[in-house]
Design a binder for this molecule. Sequence first.
Ligand code: PLP
Length: 395
Amino acid sequence: MATDKLAFIRAELDELAANHLLITIRTVDSPADAWMIVDGRRVLNFCTNNYLGLANHPRLKQAAQEAVARWGVGPAAVRTIAGTTTLHLELERRLAAFKGVEDALFVQSGFNANQAVIPPLVGKEDVIFSDRLNHASIIDGCRLSGAKIVVYEHCDPEDAEAKIREHLPHHRRGLLVTDGVFSMDGDIAPLDRLYAIAERYGVLTMVDDAHGEGVLGRGGRGIVDHFGLHGRFDVEIGTLSKAFGVVGGVIAGKKLIIDFIRQKARPFLFSSATTPADTAACLAAVELLEASAELVERLWENARYLRRALQQLGFDTGRSQTPILPIMLGDAGLAQRFSRRLFEEGVFAMAIGYPTVPRGQARIRVMNTAAHTRADLDFGIEVFAKVGRELGVIA
Ligand SMILES: *Cc1c(COP(=O)(O)O)cnc(C)c1O
């Protein structure tokens, strides 16, 4: 009799469910605004990356509509083969100017940006120094390169230096790579100290600023601006899928490196460009941020207000220094129950468990935005207080 080839899948899914790690995806029927329609209910949106409220912004929508009228809906080609539109080039020029770098390359997503950059820079004879909590797309980019991966302790420049001293002499080249803002904890990499160390040993430097773009630095210019390290970091990765409210990734840095990436990056060479509508909407987002820091300031005001209120209630917000606010619960089952009760009370905030965060560190990840009013935040805080007391998380 034939064996059941798919039994392993059923077993694995059963195990995930038993450990409260099965992901259930809710259905959204509205834009990603401060309030959304989710699974048929109107709920307060506390789990979006739409930091500045740009995902449904009239200026971006208008830019996208005009781009469809002028350029059509699809690029229908890879840029290196069938040419690149003036629209994509204009966005890249504006992104480079906004970030204060020599050059920038726009790719389909932040995830793709990491796959695009790392393999051209390092290979089998090289070594990568990677923060323990780096994003999955960095880890996959590192693996793709074939280089040896040496993990240093989270946000620990001393450990990074010790690992560089131990491993660099046995390799051709080194690359140090870190998240800028860590996406599940909301803490900020000590970029100045990491840079100083990498520079001392001649190691290439790269930062993934997905959650810092549009959030940190002057008017949202990102983590390199936050630390005043312009022109120092070799490569800065960013995304236009979060604070910029659209979709896409950016690779920014020295012209020599970006020129090289254009020749070598496989997601750029073998995958179609972003659509005209997306590209034009990204351009409108850059223009909005260049014109005013008001949305970024409102985001931070809201973040400070929410963090203080949740801490005063007795919640453990971990290491957060940014609008990413983890409510540390530990147990994955508790985190799932907490999230479910929040939803029943009208707040949408997801439980995050292994493998997105280490085992035993399950949490609710709260994300506020510039689009939330004070009344929205107060409603959310009240619901957190109620559910927190009910489940015995706070007194
Ligand atoms: C979200 C995220 C990405 C992926 O960005 P997308 O544009 O959504 O593909 C990459 N790196 C980090 C650190 C992220 O948080």
